[in-house]
Design a protein around this ligand. Structure first.
Ligand code: KIV
Length: 283
C-alpha cells in the first residue's frame, strides 16, 4: 500500500471513512503497525511517560523525540509518520518552532509535526506551515499544559469551556493546520468540532463522532500498567505475557534448563578432540 497523504485524509473525511492512528516509539512496533494497515503513526511525547517513566510529558527533550522518530520511520517507511513537538520546543519564538519542526523533517524524515494549543500557538502554526511543513494541531486536554488545566482531566464539560475549545479548534484550522487532535472532551463537543472543521478531526477520548481515532499503544496492549486514562481500551495484556516470560527465563537459567545444546553452536567435526589433545600437550 502506498503511503497516504494529507489529500487522502481529507478525502476520507469527506467520504466518512475513519482514519486510524496509534502512537509508536520504536522500530519493531512500527513494522507491525505498517503490516496492520494503520493510516498514521504518532511518535508521541507520551514516550516520556510510557518509555522513560517520567511523571508527565514536560521533561521530554527534542533529541529523544528525534531518536524515536528515526526508529519509527525506518520501521514504517510506508505509513504517514508524525513527530510530536515536546514542551518548550515551539513556545519561545516562531523561529525556534520552525527550527525544531525542521529537525523532525531533516533528521527523522517525518511527514508532519504535531503541537499542542489553540489560539495561543497560531503564530507558530503559521510559521511552520509557511516554511513548507505539515502541522497537526492538538486541543482539549493538552498534556504539556496539564498543570494549568488542573491535571490530566476531561475538558469542555461546561458550555463556556466547550466554546473555548471550539474557538481553539477553528483557530488551529485557520492558521493552516492539516488535521486536529481533540483530546478528552465530551462526545457532544467533539461532534460540533468535527462538523465545523474542513480538516480531519482525530479524537482521543472524544467519543465516536470524530473523523478518526488515536490511542496510546502501550495502554491498549496492556504494556503500561502504572496509569491508564479512562478512555483507553485494553485490547490485550502483553505485560502479563512478558512477566511470565521473564519469570520462566530466570527459573530455567537457575535450574540449568536453559540453554541446552539446541541453543548453542558446535565445533566442526573432530575439532573438539583436536583441541583437547592440544591442551593436554601444552600442560
Ligand atoms: O503524545 C501522545 O501520545 C499524544 C496522543 C495522546 C495524541 O499526544
Amino acid at each position: 500500500m502506498p503511503k497516504k497523504t494529507i489529500g487522502d485524509f481529507m478525502a476520507m473525511k469527506q467520504k466518512g471513512e475513519k482514519i486510524t492512528w496509534l502512537t509508536c516509539y520504536d522500530y519493531p512496533m512500527a513494522r507491525m503497525m505498517e503490516q496492520a494497515g494503520l493510516d498514521m503513526i504518532l511518535v508521541g511525547d507520551s514516550v516520556g511517560m510510557v518509555v522513560y517513566g517520567y511523571p508527565g510529558t514536560v521533561p521530554v527533550k527534542m533529541d529523544q523525540m528525534i531518536y524515536h522518530s528515526e526508529a519509527v520511520r525506518r520501521g514504517a517507511p510506508n505509513v504517514f509518520v508524525i513527530g510530536d513537538m515536546p514542551f518548550l520546543s515551539y513556545h519561545k519564538s516562531v523561529e525556534d518552532a520552525i527550527a525544531n519542526a525542521g529537525r523532525f523533517y531533516k533528521e527523522a524524515g517525518v511527514d508532519a509535526i504535531k503541537l499542542e494549543g489553540g489560539v495561543r500557538v497560531v503564530p507558530q502554526i503559521r510559521g511552520i506551515v509557511e516554511a513548507g511543513m505539515v502541522v497537526i494541531g492538538h486541543v482539549g486536554l493538552t498534556p504539556q499544559s496539564s498543570g494549568q488545566l488542573g491535571g490530566f482531566k476531561a475538558q469542555a464539560d461546561t458550555a463556556e469551556s466547550a466554546k473555548a475549545v471550539i474557538e481553539d479548534a477553528l483557530a488551529v484550522q485557520e492558521a493552516g493546520a492539516a488535521m486536529l487532535v481533540l483530546e478528552a472532551v465530551p462526545s457532544e463537543v467533539a461532534k460540533i468540532v468535527t462538523g465545523s472543521l474542513r480538516i480531519p478531526v482525530i479524537g482521543v477520548g472524544a467519543g465516536p463522532y470524530c473523523d478518526g481515532q488515536v490511542l496510546v499503544t502501550s495502554d491498549i496492549i496492556g504494556m503500561f500498567q502504572i496509569w491508564i486514562a479512562k478512555f483507553e481500551k485494553k485490547y490485550a495484556n502483553i505485560s502479563e505475557t512478558m512477566l511470565q516470560v521473564f519469570k520462566d527465563y530466570v527459573r530455567e537459567v537457575q535450574e540449568g534448563k536453559f540453554p541446552t545444546t539446541e541453543h548453542a553452536s558446535s565445533m566442526k567435526p573432530g575439532e573438539a578432540e583436536k583441541l583437547e589433545k592440544m591442551i593436554k600437550k601444552a600442560r
